[in-house]
Each structure stands twice: as structure tokens, then as C-alpha cells.
Design a protein around this ligand. Structure first.
Ligand SMILES: NC(=O)c1ccc[n+]([C@@H]2O[C@H](COP(=O)([O-])OP(=O)(O)OC[C@H]3O[C@@H](n4cnc5c(N)ncnc54)[C@H](O)[C@@H]3O)[C@@H](O)[C@H]2O)c1
Length: 379
């Protein structure tokens, strides 16, 4: 029986809350599977670790991650904890680079019409929103962020680095994914202005003939910001560089219910990290109101990636449980909530004291139901 070693990095802010909820779901799922076990090893990484030890990402933790079969991460960083040059510590990005997790897979799916601020989407009547952003994770505009720079200059620059190797491999992953879906890949670039992006486009166009069954198009990133609001139903898989993927991920999350609805997988040749697309949301940390769905769905992506038929059955169980749970609009109130005022925050807090977790299970061994342990949803 495979006993997978899972490195668990709860991180900072709401990271520990959403990770705890995902572990509950994983435990409930694994209990219903034959032949699969998970063994967790918790590692301290993030702004909190920096405050304790002076290093947000100790090398010993990276070694344990390398030894693990997969890595589950909450979120890292706190706006108040910064390096002397003013930028935050970002171990979640350092991990992608150290473990070569070039393929950032970010599924975006609308589960209920009421979750979207857009009209006419979701449910039996509306247009579906169901696409995947593939974000290149190891180069692009983030690539030289750690390069030491002379102090006291009157300028700073950041380099958009695109290599043939980096662009080819991420484009191939986008095409392979599209072959399992609706068969279309959109390249999101800025090839009208930036030579690095024109190069990315040439590489994309050179890879495309390897996948003759897949149709393609190109969209400039500024236009994509518009189209994601106007006609998100037209996209299947989109591939883009690191920073554009970072920004579009938040926009895309916004049209399906917010950051708490957007899972991700950062996949490399030998390792993979599964984490929500969101950050540490420090203003809502510790209140029990963070939406854990993105982390729960990231755990499902992890079970899928582990590749065992039973772990993959577990992934389908979690996805089905999330879809069934979110089909009830009663669950909605815990999802979109971004407290807008003191009064709203207090009333919201009373209704949603605890995050959505597994608190009761259906009698059927092949499915799980999720229920917030909250009176409004227990009805
Ligand atoms: N992968 C990561 O670990 C990661 C990603 C992005 C930002 N960060 C860090 O997180 C901190 C906060 O960054 P930010 O505010 O720009 O982004 P954020 O994603 O933490 O928050 C953006 C907005 O979404 C809300 N939100 C996020 N996750 C939510 C959830 N699960 N449920 C309900 N609401 C949720 C927040 O309250 C906030 O209004 C910063 O220190 C940043 O560097 C970390």
C-alpha cells in the first residue's frame, strides 16, 4: 500500500487555517480509499519562520521537501515583514525556483451563478466559466528579483527573461492539458511591445504543430483582462509568463467567487507543490472566516498528481463533494465575503465563525459531503 510522504507548509496568516481544513478533508477521503495512505510532515517556512530564525526558507526544510512525494502549502508572507530593500520575503516563489516547478496550473471554475459578480454565468441556464491558466513559474518578470543590486542608484530595473527551454516546456504542458479538455490553447502575451514576448510567441507557434488536434489563438494581456470579464466562457487553457499569470489569476478568481475559490498546482520534473492561489489575507487571519475551498481543491489536485488510481479516485471524490456543497446557495455566504465595514465584519463573523470543513459524512463510502459547522448551513 503506498504511504505517500506529504510535506505540509501551513505558512502565515490564514495559511494554517485553510491547511487544517484541507488536511481534514484529505483524512476523510483517504479513510474511504483502498491502498493509499498519507504521512504528513509539517515544516515551518514563511515570514513567521523568518521572525524566529532569521531565514524564511531554511535549507533543511527544502531538503525535507525534496524528500517528500508531494508538498501541500497554505500561504506565505506578511506585508509587515520585509527585507531591507523594501520587498517582502517570498519563500513560496523561492520554492518554485529551487524545485524547478515551472508549470503553474490554475484551474478556474464557477460552481454557482451567485458566486460570480458577472451576470448570466453558471447554473443550468448560464454560460459556464471553466478554464485553466498555465503560468510559467521560474522565469519571466520575476526572474531577476533576487539578483543583488548596487545600493543608492537612481533607478531600478526588472528583467523579463524568456528562454527557449522555459517557453517550450510550459507551452507543451498547456497543449497536453488542452488535449484532456476542450482542445484549445490561448497564448497571453505582450508581443506587440516587448521583444521577450515576441520571442515567447515564436516559441509557442513552433510548439503548436506538435499538437495538430489543438486549436490556438493569441491575446495581448491587456485585452485578456477585458475578455475575462466580458466572455470568460470562451477560454479553455491559457498559457502566459510569470507576472501576467500572477495578475490574471487574481482577476480570474474574482469572477468565480474570490481568492478562496482558486486552487493551484506548481509542477516540475521531480516535485510538485499544491497551494491556493491566494496569499495570507492577514486582515481576516484568525477569525475563522477564510474560505478553504481553494486549498481543499489544491489537495484534490495533489491526489490526482500522485497518480495512483485510488488517490485519483480520492481527487474525484473531493471535487464532487465541493461541487455538491457549492450547489447550495446557503453555502454562498461564507464564500464571497470580504468584510466591507466594521458592522458587516461583525455580523459576518457571527454567521461564519468557523471555516468550511468536513464535519459530517454521507453514509455512502464513495462520496464525502462537506459542511460548515455553522448553524446557517446545518439547516
Ligand atoms: N502564494 C502565496 O503564499 C502568496 C500569494 C499572494 C500573496 N502572498 C502574500 O500574502 C499577503 C497578503 O497579500 P494580498 O492581500 O495581496 O493577497 P491575498 O490573496 O492574501 O488577499 C487578497 C484579498 O483576497 C482575500 N482573500 C484571500 N484569500 C481568501 C480566502 N481564502 N477566503 C476569503 N478571502 C480571501 C483577502 O482578504 C483580500 O481581500 C502578502 O504578504 C503577500 O505577499 C502570498
Amino acid at each position: 500500500m503506498p504511504a505517500y510522504h506529504i510535506a505540509v507548509l501551513p505558512g502565515d496568516g490564514i495559511g494554517p487555517e485553510v491547511t487544517a481544513a484541507a488536511l481534514q478533508v484529505l483524512d476523510a477521503t483517504v479513510a474511504r480509499l483502498d491502498d493509499v495512505q498519507l504521512r504528513y510532515e509539517e515544516l515551518s517556512v514563511g515570514a513567521g519562520e523568518y521572525l524566529k530564525s532569521g531565514n524564511p526558507l531554511p535549507e533543511s526544510a527544502v531538503e525535507r521537501m525534496r524528500a517528500a512525494d508531494a508538498i501541500l502549502l497554505g500561504a506565505m508572507g506578511l506585508p509587515s515583514v520585509r527585507w531591507p530593500n523594501g520587498v517582502e520575503m517570498t519563500p513560496q516563489i523561492d520554492i518554485r525556483e529551487k524545485l524547478d516547478l515551472f508549470n503553474g496550473v490554475r484551474p478556474i471554475k464557477l460552481y454557482h451563478p451567485a458566486h460570480s459578480p458577472l451576470k448570466g454565468f453558471g447554473g443550468a441556464e448560464g454560460k459556464p466559466i471553466d478554464f485553466v491558466i498555465i503560468r510559467e513559474n521560474c522565469e519571466g518578470l520575476f526572474s531577476e528579483r533576487l539578483t543583488p543590486r548596487p545600493e543608492g542608484r537612481d533607478f531600478e530595473t526588472d528583467t523579463m527573461k524568456i528562454t527557449r527551454h522555459g517557453a517550450e516546456r510550459v507551452c507543451r504542458e498547456a497543449f497536453k492539458l488542452a488535449a484532456t479538455r476542450r482542445g484549445h490553447v490561448t497564448l497571453v502575451d505582450k508581443a506587440n511591445v516587448l521583444p521577450s514576448m515576441a520571442f515567447f510567441r515564436k516559441v509557442f507557434d513552433a510548439v503548436a504543430p506538435e499538437f495538430p488536434a489543438i486549436t490556438t489563438d493569441h491575446v495581448y494581456v491587456d485585452a485578456m483582462a477585458l475578455f475575462l470579464v466580458q466572455r470568460p466562457e470562451t477560454y479553455d487553457v491559457m498559457v502566459t509568463e510569470n507576472m501576467f499569470g500572477d495578475i490574471l489569476s487574481d482577476l480570474a478568481a474574482g469572477i468565480v467567487g474570490g481568492m478562496g475559490m482558486a486552487p493551484s498546482a506548481d509542477i516540475g520534473p521531480a516535485h510538485a507543490v499544491f497551494q491556493p492561489s491566494h496569499g495570507t489575507a492577514p486582515t481576516i487571519a484568525g477569525q475563522g472566516i477564510a474560505n478553504p475551498i481553494a486549498t481543499i481543491l489544491s489537495a484534490a489536485l495533489m491526489l490526482d498528481w500522485l497518480g495512483h488510481p485510488e488517490s485519483q479516485r480520492g481527487a474525484r471524490m473531493i471535487e464532487a463533494a465541493v461541487a455538491a456543497t457549492l450547489a447550495f446557495s446557503a453555502y454562498m455566504r461564507g464564500l464571497l465575503a470580504e468584510p466591507r465595514s466594521h458592522h458587516h465584519r461583525r455580523s459576518h463573523h457571527r454567521r461564519h465563525r468557523r471555516p468550511l470543513t468536513v464535519s459530517r459524512f454521507s453514509p455512502c463510502a464513495s462520496s464525502i459531503s462537506l459542511c460548515p459547522s455553522d448553524p446557517v448551513c446545518a439547516a
